[in-house]
Each structure stands twice: as C-alpha cells, then as structure tokens.
Design a protein around this ligand. Sequence first.
Ligand code: COA
Length: 153
Amino acid sequence: MEAVCRRATIEDVDTLYLLIEGYARKGIMLPRSRETLSRQIDTFVVAEVEQEIVGCGSLCRLGSELVEIRSLGMSDGYKGLGIGSKLVDRLIEEAKSQRIPKVMALTYEARFFQKNGFEIVDKDIFPEKVWTDCVNCPKQECCDEIAVLKILN
Ligand SMILES: CC(C)(COP(=O)(O)OP(=O)(O)OC[C@H]1O[C@@H](n2cnc3c(N)ncnc32)[C@H](O)[C@@H]1OP(=O)(O)O)[C@@H](O)C(=O)NCCC(=O)NCCS
C-alpha cells in the first residue's frame, strides 16, 4: 500500500476534525475544534492512500529548542503498515528545517515512538508543555501519558 505524506491544506480541515474527534472520543487524543484546526493547519501533515486521508500529525512549538508531536493518529485499517512512522519522519524533517533540536511527545504508544528513535524521559523536564495543552486536558491532575524525546543531530 503506497502512502504519501504531505502538508495539510485548509480543504483538509473537515476530514482532520473527524479523524481527531474519533480518537478524542476514545480518550487517546485531545479534541481540536474546526477553528483551531483552521488556524493551525500549517502545522499539520497528512498521510494519503489513493487520495484518501488515512492519518495525520502536527508539530507544536513549545519554545526555541523544543517541538511537540501532537494529534498523531492513523485510521482503523491503516495501522501497523509503517504509515505512522512515515508521518513521524516527516514531522522530524519539518523540525530540522526549522532548526529545532528537540522533538517530544506525550503518548500511550511509547513503544511505537521508541521504534522511531525516541527515548522515554521524565515529564517534569518539559515545563513549557504545562502552559499550552495541559490546561485544557480533562486528565490534568492525573496525567498517565508517557513522555518521549528525540534529540536531532
Ligand atoms: C500509534 C500510531 C500512530 C502508530 O502508527 P502505525 O502506522 O500504526 O505504526 P507503524 O506501522 O509505523 O509502526 C512502527 C513500529 O512501531 C510498532 N508499533 C506500532 N504501534 C505499536 C503499539 N501500539 N505498541 C507497540 N508497538 C507498536 C510497530 O510494530 C512497528 O514496528 P516494526 O517496525 O518492528 O514492525 C497508530 O497506531 C495510531 O493511530 N494509534 C492510535 C492513536 C494514538 O494513540 N496516537 C498516539 C498519540 S501521540
């Protein structure tokens, strides 16, 4: 199955909204409104198979040295095919082109990230994160996600 990763465009907002909403309902991702997606569309990449969007991911800047991979997900039926890794590669290339040396994620899929060269780290090393997304998260006081980090060279 040939998957192509590309930058998202404003025409992708509805599809992305539904994809992320599906994961949010399962509690594995934070929801994103159409307004937020429209505003942040430049930070998203999508994976397509035969012109259909089957996955996405985004890069959120947390400071001059650090970005976070957010909203990474694959549609059912397209997991385990290497497409998620392709999206991560694409996001890492994006971070490199912006000369940002560190990429992190908060995830329940630590093994997937480890396969992609990330290390598990202590959440407390990321103070900036607290002030962006966590304030709106329902699990704020009992966060059970695992922090992973990749230092780019
Ligand atoms: C996590 C996710 C993005 C991975 O994408 P994917 O396309 O299924 O992953 P890949 O096929 O690129 O997998 C790469 C490697 O990681 C491994 N892997 C993938 N998901 C895994 C998991 N849940 N547990 C353990 N290993 C996993 C694969 O076995 C593969 O290893 P291999 O190269 O030795 O075969 C996808 O499964 C998903 O959308 N999950 C639900 C949403 C979610 O939890 N997103 C994370 C938010 S940060």
